[in-house]
Design a protein. Structure first.
Length: 332
């Protein structure tokens, strides 16, 4: 990847900083975007058209496996499109030096990394240059609603990336678990010194990590960030995202992927994904709220927990929802 970027620089690739909006945010345009895995595979994304203006919030909703995450990763240049075009601020991503783009993007995916570092370092991984900036760190903790984790664990505590059971297996395999006679705790393997936190706590850590870079970011992407959060925390998080998009001095464009219809009603634009196709996209407003409220009633039992959970809709209910969003892809 680095070699490819070096080649692009030599060929005159565009530095993103030269096409940035002065007030922040990024304009994203996708035209007839498709992603096909394998030579004869089924499209993960099919003929999607969308436009997100600087400072807008786009909510993407849809069934498990409908192509939401693939779409976002393609927009970010992490997955190569099979066909179609993507531009950031009017410049094709194929012409951009992406190493100059990524410092302006903050992302949390479902499969975020757990590094086995201290809690402070795990959070600061979102912007390691701000590791020792107490104000930035505290702001990220507050935005991610991570203070309860900090109060319980403390910032200088090593956090295990594994469950307790998996860590015990590591200790047994290494032969250091029961034979360690050194009283110096720093001499023990890190997995003996680490503290275990729950999945919900890890998600709050990941949220704080994503918020570390918001003062610099033009684009913030959250992929199912609320799976382990209660409804109140989920609502507060979405309110924070909306406030970032409308920040006075530095605005952010925000993409929020969710299985839930409740909070996404407040987004500027909403796209419903179904089998890789953007079935319907519409602006925030009375019509959007009515459509979502109607769909939410149809999907009243549609509540997914972790990212690995499966959709429990009956085929009949599934069919009704697909018919409701049965129009062709719409350019917004």
């Amino acid at each position: 990847m680095i070699d490819e970027q070096d080649k692009l620089r030599r060929r005159g690739a565009v530095d993103y900083e030269t096409v940035r909006h002065p007030d922040g945010g990024v304009r994203i345009v996708a035209r007839d975007l498709s992603v096909i895995h394998g030579k004869q595979g089924k499209p993960a994304v099919a003929n999607v058209n969308l436009t997100v203006e600087p400072g807008e919030t786009l909510a993407i909703v849809g069934f498990n496996g409908s192509g939401k995450t693939t779409l976002v990763k393609t927009l970010l240049g992490l997955v190569r499109a099979s066909s179609g075009d993507i531009s950031l601020n009017g410049t094709a991503i194929s012409a951009l030096d992406m190493s100059t783009v990524y410092p302006r993007i903050s992302v949390i995916f479902q499969d975020f990394h757990k590094y086995g570092l201290t809690l402070k370092e795990e959070i600061a991984a979102g912007d390691i240059s701000s590791l020792n900036s107490a104000p930035i760190l505290q702001a990220a903790i507050e935005r991610g609603r991570t203070q309860p984790v900090v109060d319980r664990v403390k910032l200088d505590t090593i956090i295990s990336p594994y469950t307790k059971e998996m860590a015990e297996k590591l200790m047994h395999q290494s032969g250091n678990g029961e034979s360690e006679e050194d009283d110096d705790p720093d001499a023990k393997p890190w997995y003996e010194r680490a503290t275990f936190i729950s999945g919900g706590e890890w998600q709050r850590v990941a949220l704080a990590r994503a918020f570390m870079a918001v003062e610099k970011a033009d684009l913030i992407v959250f992929d199912e960030p609320t799976a382990a959060l209660d409804p109140k925390a989920e609502s507060e998080l979405f309110e924070t995202l909306l406030s970032l998009s409308k920040a006075g001095q530095h605005r952010c464009t925000t993409i929020f992927i969710s299985h839930q219809f409740g909070n996404v009603r407040r987004a500027d634009k909403i796209a419903f994904m179904d089998n890789g196709v953007s079935r319907r996209s519409f602006h925030r407003g009375l019509t959007a709220r009515r459509r979502l409220q109607s769909t939410a009633r149809t999907t009243s039992s549609w509540r997914l927990g972790a990212s690995t959970a499966s959709c429990s809709l009956s085929r009949a209910r599934d069919s009704r929802i697909r018919r409701r969003f049965s129009s062709s892809a719409v350019i917004i």
